[in-house]
Design a binder for this molecule. Sequence first.
Ligand SMILES: Cc1cc2nc3c(=O)[nH]c(=O)nc-3n(C[C@H](O)[C@H](O)[C@H](O)COP(=O)(O)OP(=O)(O)OC[C@H]3O[C@@H](n4cnc5c(N)ncnc54)[C@H](O)[C@@H]3O)c2cc1C
Length: 481
Amino acid sequence: MEIIAKLKEIVGPENVSTSEAICQSYAYSCFLSLDWMTKPDIVVMAETTLQVSDIVKLANHYGVPITPKGCAGGTGHGGPLHGGILLDLTHMDEIILIDTEDMKAVTEAGCSFFKLSQEVFKKGMMLPTTEYGPGPNVAASAITPVNAFGKTRYGRNIDLVEGFEVVLPTGEIVTVGSMAYADTRFGPFYRYIHGPDLVGLFTQSNGAYGIVTKVAYRCLHRPPNWGFHAYCWPEDRIEEVARVLMETTALELFDVHINDKWKFAGFEILTGESMLPKEAYFIVAFTANGESEEELKAKENTIQEICTKNNGSFLPGIADTFFEAWPTFFCPASHPIAVEMSSAIMEHSKGNYMYIYDSINYPISRFPEVYDKIREIGKKHGIWGLPRLTVYDGFPMKSQVMCSQTWAFINTRDAYWVEQIYKCRDEFRDWFGKSGGTHQQHFPPVIPAYAWENQQGAHDLLKKIKSLLDPNDILSPGTFS
Ligand SMILES: Cc1cc2nc3c(=O)[nH]c(=O)nc-3n(C[C@H](O)[C@H](O)[C@H](O)COP(=O)(O)OP(=O)(O)OC[C@H]3O[C@@H](n4cnc5c(N)ncnc54)[C@H](O)[C@@H]3O)c2cc1C
């Protein structure tokens, strides 16, 4: 009762709730299924960094766990694992700066990444954005490994982050990277300052080292000319597909994306007509841009040469609408077709959920063997093709790295098929982990064993560093800012 009263003093009574219904409504993750429930005891909505700092100090004083909420528990650990305070930063959603000259943006932590990206776009710049919809906020996007369209040229969202304002676990407020001098005459202009990269301490940290309250991004120039093209290959041409992915990723095109034909099966179930020619199995969509029409044309010619040389067939009518459709795909109000399509697939497979295996990283050159293994295991357990579709979704990224995920449509109320999914997952993890693949999604404790085992060297090193340093030194605000 004491902490609740003090929380109300900090943020106002209207921003603190212990109501059963409210706490329950924050308990679910849209990705980890209904079985995954992490209910907070108190929901608090902060409006300023100072309030966040006071809340953290108070939580420390009472020894109550505190978890900031990003969006959906999609890439993080999924919610307040230990109960306690759930900190919702939705009210901290101000876009503080959009600087079109130095091409920077600074926002408060709770700002929707989609909103930021739209505002940046209106000013003639861009921030690569994924199929998100308006849910995920900037802070959660900047500290988890998100990859969006544009990832082939620019890498992950965290590669565009230049600075943070963070409330440390002690409640102290620190600024790192470009945010360390955001209030000076020159403003927040560059991530790297003297000494080690402290922004990197927070990217991918999943919030372990503090609560992010502001994020600074570098924005990208938006060229005026854009081209969208897709090519397809039959199933037995996988080696050629891999060569195309390697060559086009090396060119630093804006975006390369690969799916297998199961991605498009929903449309066929819905309409009775296929979007793809009969022999099409692998579909690669390219997005290129250019300052001039000539530059774009030259890039398009190169894509065509690479694809034709590797026996790809031009596939009209796919890439042209790929990006237009995707960002709104998860927002039924703006994309009613998505709703019809998913219910049609679900009716067909008698399924009720899109089940996601791990999101994983591996060299693009290894795409054929990874795909072969996913298919082999899926077929073995009866989760492949109709009616229990398994869709391969591949994101070729800079550094010649593939990030991919695989979804399967099964009836999650049917224990048999859930068991088959787990068998597929565990067999795949065993092979993939031993091959040296890395896990992209989720953070401890929601990670498979191989994600730890492969990184044991790094963990040993961290332990060694910790044993050498005085924790009081690391946490002093002067060192950070
Ligand atoms: C419809 C939809 C489509 C998506 N598509 C893609 C896609 O194509 N590619 C992709 O990469 N991802 C995609 N995602 C997942 C997306 O990357 C995550 O939703 C996003 O990164 C936010 O993370 P989260 O949902 O895990 O949020 P949360 O689990 O709420 O937050 C992530 C972690 O950060 C912590 N945290 C939250 N806020 C703060 C803060 N202010 N300071 C410190 N720690 C904080 C949380 O406690 C948690 O540990 C999609 C998500 C949605 C909803």
